[in-house]
Design a protein around this ligand. Structure first.
Ligand code: SAM
Length: 488
């Protein structure tokens, strides 16, 4: 029988189609066998955790919790989750907690409320700004400041402000707001210049919190979705209507009221904290954890509680583009930020990890030695050359993700005190029809880096796949887990 010839996506080589299929099947069988072997090794550590729910491990669990809901950071986990783990291990945590992917600071604030000091590292300026403004709102405001914010709610000084301060846009945020919203934002930015630094920070916080609501966009995982009223439409997509687009005045006054009510209802009166005592128990490092972790002292932390970006192609620099532009980032700065983020998008280029820290050879090697991961790399490369991947950047992204995570994990092992725990929330993912057991692969690498894997807690209710994966390969539920590792 003559073999059918298939041109690869590059059009350079030809390989018989049946050979490609048999190689694909062979690799899939190998992956399934290695996955089953790891599952057997971790059988004692796996358990379904009925006390965890999809709500607890996500931002939704913060609903109704003062301050945590000000800014809708969909990638956040809940304060309840942090309180649960820190509470359960309380007697066994001695020293500060660290979150190398701090987001909007859930770990930091929840730990602090339990009397545990916390350090966080965050690269995305929107996360940094929310943490900074929240610290300030909780610890530095005086009753005069509260009166000033009340005045803003009642008299809306921006309406009469003639001094308009424009804001920058980047390519993907052009025409993101109705013209009347642009005018109101500019007047608001003009009016807030009359206030003290502290009040400005609170007013800017409120503005950042409402941008999505007053815009034509909706945050949607990998990108921003555009309402048809904007006149923009992604090619090949259906017209989208996000529902009500809030008027600026309605949205900003509601947000300022919410912030004020949370501050005033807080258990501790706001004036309790003298101005010079800001955040002694919470410290934030602005920057990439790949750069900051090597500067932290060895054996200095009592626990790590974190959730890294998932290996799911979600691009924070796109999803949070409105906020980044409002914070003044230029197009070039956003592009460079995208490259600095932990690799989890198809656009991430390979990072020179050994240039960041020459001591990381052992960590990278631990990822390179992981057998299941190696076979997944081979499979993805094969699917790429066979033209079966919907994006050719997927193999590089997956490789980058695990190498960088190995370095972060190795550094966490270094900075943790002996016997201290690391708690991590993460999702498994699926590419080219193959589920990648991120939970077992990272846990296996963690063992090589000096951790004992105590538990892999499976969150009940499995997550589905992307519509692309489901359409092409059928449904296969994906695990979401919390890993509990102990530094040996
Ligand atoms: C899943 S979110 C964590 C959310 C956090 N648990 C919370 O409750 O807000 C992952 C975070 O990692 C941040 N991040 C990505 N790459 C980073 C890097 N190289 N260094 C530090 N933070 C990074 C992202 O900006 C994002 O805020």
């Amino acid at each position: 029988m003559t073999s059918e010839l298939l041109t690869t996506s590059f059009g350079l080589e030809t390989t018989p189609k049946n050979e490609i299929h048999s190689k694909t099947s062979e690799l899939r069988i190998k992956i399934a066998a290695l996955d089953a072997e790891l599952a057997k090794n971790f059988k004692a550590q796996f358990s379904t955790a009925p006390f965890l729910s999809r709500k607890t491990v996500s931002f939704q669990g913060n609903k109704g919790k003062p301050a945590y809901g000000w800014y809708k950071y969909k990638e956040a986990f809940s304060a309840g989750l942090v309180e649960y783990f820190l509470g359960s291990y309380k007697g066994r945590i001695s020293g500060k907690v660290l979150d190398p992917f701090a987001g909007i600071g859930t770990t930091l604030f929840a730990a602090s409320s339990q009397g545990i000091s916390a350090d966080g590292i965050e690269l995305l300026p929107i996360g940094q700004e929310i943490i900074r403004a929240r610290l300030l709102s909780e610890r530095e405001l005086t009753s005069d400041d509260i009166t000033t914010i009340e005045r803003w709610i009642t008299f809306r000084p921006w309406q009469k402000c003639s001094d308009r301060v424009p804001f920058s846009t980047i390519r993907i945020t052009e025409n993101a707001y109705p013209p009347e919203a642009v005018e109101a934002i500019e007047r608001y930015r003009g009016a807030l210049q009359q206030e003290s630094e502290k009040i400005q920070a609170i007013l800017r916080l409120a503005l950042l919190c409402i941008l999505e609501d007053i815009s034509y966009t909706r945050k949607d995982g990998q990108y921003l979705r555009w309402d048809a009223r904007s006149g923009k439409r992604r090619p090949g997509t259906k017209a989208f209507n996000k529902g009500k687009i809030l008027a600026f005045d309605t949205a900003i006054t509601a947000k300022l009221k919410e912030i004020l009510s949370d501050i005033c209802d807080a258990e501790s009166p706001v004036t309790l904290f003298p101005v010079n005592q800001i955040a002694e128990d919470i410290r934030l490092f602005n920057g990439s954890c790949l750069e900051v972790l090597p500067t932290l002292e060895t054996a200095s932390y009592g626990a790590v509680m974190t959730s890294p970006p998932y290996c799911n192609r979600y691009d924070y620099t796109r999803t949070y583009a409105l906020e980044l532009a409002m914070l003044g980032l230029t197009q070039a700065e956003v592009l460079s930020l995208r490259q600095e983020m932990l690799s989890c998008t198809v656009e991430n280029r390979e990072k020179d990890l050994l240039k960041i820290c020459p001591q990381w050879t052992r960590f990278i090697e631990a990822a390179n030695q992981q057998k299941l991961l190696q076979t997944i790399y081979t499979y993805l490369k094969h699917e790429k050359t066979s033209g079966n991947l919907n994006n050719n950047g997927i193999p590089r992204m997956v490789r980058g993700y695990f190498s960088e995570m190995a370095c972060v994990m190795g550094e966490c092992a270094r900075v943790l005190k002996p016997n201290a725990r690391l708690f991590m929330v993460n999702d498994n993912v699926r590419y080219a029809g193959v589920s990648i057991s991120v939970d077992m692969i990272l846990s296996d690498i963690a063992q090589a880096l000096g951790f004992e894997v105590e538990k892999i807690l499976v969150v009940p209710g499995k997550k589905g796949n992307s519509s692309q994966q489901m359409g092409a390969y059928g449904r296969e539920p994906l695990r979401k887990c919390v890993y509990v590792w102990r530094k040996r």
